[in-house]
Ligand binder design. Structure first.
Ligand SMILES: [Fe+2]
Ligand SMILES: [Fe+2]
Length: 397
């Protein structure tokens, strides 16, 4: 399968950029070699294939016809195959191509793209993973029965026939695993995209009550990722912080407007109410099954804790404060300082960092390691501050 056709299949699947990257990672030769090593697929197996290669390639279309004609008539499945008038014929052709390539024995990147495409095609038409696994088993048996006939035709002895059938079973197992994994990755990607949609909605809610300048939550999210990167956290952790930090102030939905929108300084009792936004945010997000929303709950409850234990709501100290909260604390304060609020003008970056360093102090308000990571990434952070486009950011989410 060429690159253009493969990209079209990925596009038809509606995969996210992250999902496409993950599927491409599956094509790495080392992964294929690992699967082959596990099942002990070797040159003996290739020699066995060579004996029946011509016969099996000649049977490829017949095998595909028998396979799809049977499963496309099963109650509960047949409606999946009638979504499109040409679907069944296309699946048969793809499958026959795969089988011919199977016996051509060039197991390169293109071959595994074909294998992956077979799995993804079934995902697109809505066949569940469990059904896919079962029909793959039926498919393997069907190929084995044709291989048996081919072995008889060339007069292969019983032992060699059994070895050949065994070789086919091994290769089919590797290929089916590959196809099922791509199928599984597509399912994961579907739920990832659903998470992103939920996140976009939550961000809209957070913004609804956000008195800060328009792009505050988008900027805090990007700053936090930069700090996480400069702190040496792995890329997955950086990404989780990027997606969860926009929810740091989601609890403000539970704070009355007369407090949220008050232009001047809050009274002590108003400030006490305001501080409850941390626990409110935690309560909103904590029971989600999504990792991102669970991380959002942690950030919501911990982004006002100070490193010396003088913050709120739990006066957590040092590393007892989750790292996500320690990072977001810095992003949130920096962005508040360098942007205009209804109660204060915008400060320059120099003045803001001076206040953070000399008045708030790293060891007091901020984790010193996170603060160093912030300073290290300051150029990148300033670039985000000056150039972030909220709409593009949300589309990225
Ligand atoms: Fe907050
Ligand atoms: Fe904030």
């Amino acid at each position: 399968m060429d690159d253009i056709k493969f990209k079209q299949i990925l596009k038809d699947c509606g995969l996210s950029a992250k999902g496409i990257d993950e599927l491409n990672e599956m094509l790495m030769q080392s992964r294929v070699e690992l699967l082959n090593a596990v099942i002990n697929f070797n040159n003996d197996d290739l020699n066995n294939f060579a004996k029946i290669k011509t016969c099996m390639k000649n049977s490829a279309n017949e095998i595909s016809d028998i396979f799809y004609n049977r499963i496309a008539l099963i109650d509960g499945l047949k409606e999946k195959f009638t979504i499109d008038a040409n679907l069944l014929e296309q699946l048969k052709l793809n499958n026959a191509d795969y089988l011919k390539a199977f016996f051509d024995m060039k197991y390169d990147e293109n071959y595994f793209k074909d294998t992956m495409a077979v799995g993804l095609a079934h995902g697109i038409i809505g066949i569940s993973p469990s059904i896919y696994i079962v029909i793959s088993g039926y498919y393997a048996n069907l190929i084995a029965s044709f291989a048996l006939k081919c072995c008889q035709e060339i007069g292969l002895g019983l032992i060699d026939t059994l070895k050949t059938i065994n070789s086919i079973q091994k290769k089919i197992t590797v290929d089916t695993t590959f196809a099922i994994e791509s199928y599984y990755k597509k399912s994961l990607d579907d739920s990832y995209k659903a998470d992103q949609k939920t996140l976009g909605m939550l961000m809209s809610i957070a913004e609804y009550k956000d008195i800060d300048t328009g792009n505050h939550i988008a900027r805090v999210s990007s700053y936090s990722k930069i700090i996480a990167k400069n702190l040496g956290l792995d890329s997955l952790h950086q990404e989780r912080i990027f997606y969860s930090s926009p929810m740091h102030d989601i609890g403000k939905v539970g704070i009355p407007d007369n407090i949220i929108l008050k232009p001047g300084k809050l009274t002590d009792s108003e400030y006490t109410v305001m501080k409850t936004h941390c626990n409110i945010g935690y309560d909103i997000l904590k029971d989600s099954d999504s990792h991102i929303l669970k991380d959002g709950a942690i950030i919501a409850v911990s982004h006002h804790e100070n490193f010396d234990g003088s913050g709120y709501p739990f006066r957590l100290k040092g590393e007892k404060i989750p790292i996500e909260g320690r990072i977001c604390r810095i992003s949130d304060v920096f962005d508040a300082l360098v942007n205009k609020r209804c109660y204060k003008p915008a400060l320059s970056v120099e003045k803001a960092t001076e206040i953070m360093e000399k008045e708030m102090k790293p060891e007091k308000c901020f984790d010193p390691d996170c603060f160093n990571a912030f300073l290290k990434g300051l150029d990148e952070i300033i670039d985000v501050k000056n150039n972030i486009d909220k709409d593009l950011y949300l589309n990225g989410v």
